[in-house]
Write a protein that binds this ligand. Structure first.
Ligand code: NI
Length: 139
């Protein structure tokens, strides 16, 4: 663990009360841990603003496999980007629906482009990109 620095923060009483209520509901043991996570969250979102930043994206896609077209397209897009698609898991949810979870690692601009291409594929019922970090620049 890196060196710790203690510092004081002045906040409006009501704002602090709201913050305390929120972190208690979430289950944080201390304000410090909650504030650390808020700072990290902001640092990760800043990473996603830099086009050439190496990032990690976790993409979920739910679709009906009855459409051969969607299955083929999703597979083709992933095979075109072997260097960025580092993992893919397929779960058969029921007789019709499939969940695919794809982990992408690469430059922000490219990860975003591939995720958008997969998300906008016809017949994908729902999809979501979780934007996270390689952790290398976050303490
Ligand atoms: Ni399936």
């Amino acid at each position: 663990m890196s060196k710790l620095t203690r510092f004081g923060v002045s906040l409006e009483t009501n704002l602090l009360a709201q913050f305390d209520a929120l972190i208690e509901k979430i289950g944080y043991k201390s304000r410090s841990e909650a504030i650390r996570d808020l700072i990290r969250e902001r640092l990760v979102s800043e990473e996603w603003k830099k086009e050439d930043q190496e990032v990690i994206g976790i993409l979920s896609l739910v679709y009906d496999h009855a459409s051969r077209e969607v299955t083929d397209l999703l597979t083709r897009i992933q095979h075109r980007h072997l260097d960025v698609v580092i993992s893919s898991t397929h779960v058969h949810l029921d007789e019709h629906n499939c969940l695919e979870v794809i982990i992408l690692r690469g430059q922000n601009a490219l990860v975003t482009k591939i995720a958008d291409e997969l998300l906008s594929t016809k017949s994908v019922k729902h999809g979501k990109l979780i934007r996270t970090t390689t952790g290398q620049n976050i303490s």
